[in-house]
Design a protein around this ligand. Structure first.
Ligand SMILES: NC(=O)c1ccc[n+]([C@@H]2O[C@H](COP(=O)([O-])OP(=O)(O)OC[C@H]3O[C@@H](n4cnc5c(N)ncnc54)[C@H](OP(=O)(O)O)[C@@H]3O)[C@@H](O)[C@H]2O)c1
Length: 223
């Protein structure tokens, strides 16, 4: 089985993923369950450092039927967690480190990985993923070496941009929520410098649940 990368995002009706980069909005219980379900189906979750700084934690699998589903499939209670950072500016006192019982790694540059290793020895593996940039392909290689095939990419917009630029996203699980955020600086699902060509998607399914629209797209890679 080859690796599959699923992007999981919720957006407001005006196309934003949050009212601001330091905010961690809720999109309602239906979206929360869908998000947790996709995470539960995954071997590993990949999040940007900005998203972690905004909320202080990542998604844990806590809903009983999803906890039971992982147990029935001989999966560990929680997916493996990866945080992507260029700067290494992470606070070890965040609930993510102190309260969430996770197997985790910090993916960063080669130099930062060396610098951070001692301070994070009891908290996370440090993965060197590139001399200048944190290369998504290197993160996938580390995950493959651990046997992780089903990868959920959890944003935010800057992290997603680098994975789309590297043409590594297979599927998008999008929730369109009945909310408006506004704001010229509010983050969107793919920020960064913009894609070199318009990404092409194929609609897989579309469902309306409690006022939210759940859309699944396959990404036409290599187009
Ligand atoms: N609605 C949703 O589904 C959803 C999902 C996720 C996030 N969000 C929201 O999005 C906002 C955060 O947006 P954001 O664009 O700032 O998020 P982000 O991508 O999580 O954070 C940006 C930071 O992550 C690190 N990073 C991202 N891509 C990187 C790469 N390719 N290489 C190295 N480091 C990389 C860098 O950290 P360093 O600065 O440490 O180098 C960068 O400054 C928050 O408000 C959050 O709540 C919403």
């Amino acid at each position: 089985m080859s690796q599959e990368v699923r992007l999981v995002m919720a957006i407001s009706a005006d196309g934003k993923i949050a009212p601001g980069r330091d905010r961690s909005p809720h999109f309602g219980p239906a979206d929360a369950y869908r998000f947790e379900r996709v995470c539960a189906e995954s071997d590993a979750l990949v999040s940007g450092a900005g998203t972690l700084r905004a909320s202080g934690r990542t998604r844990s699998i806590v809903t009983p039927d999803l906890v039971a589903w992982r147990a029935a499939h001989d999966l560990p209670p929680q997916p493996f967690s990866v945080i992507v950072t260029r700067s290494g500016n992470l606070d070890p006192s965040l609930p993510y480190f102190t309260e969430q019982p996770l197997q985790r790694a910090i993916a960063t540059t080669d130099a930062r990985a060396t610098e951070m290793a001692a301070d994070y020895a009891d908290l996370a593996e440090l993965w060197p993923c590139g001399a200048e940039e944190v290369e998504p392909q290197r993160i996938l290689a580390h995950l493959a070496a651990r046997g992780h095939q089903r990868i959920a990419l959890l944003g935010g917009g800057e992290l997603n941009a680098s994975w789309f630029a590297a043409d590594l996203v297979d599927r998008i699980e999008l929730t369109l929520a009945p909310l408006l955020f506004g704001g010229r600086d509010a983050p969107t699902p793919i920020d960064g410098d913009g894609l070199s060509a318009a990404g092409q998607l194929s609609l897989v399914s579309c469902d309306v649940v409690e006022g939210c629209i759940f859309v699944t797209y396959d990404v036409q890679r290599g187009v």
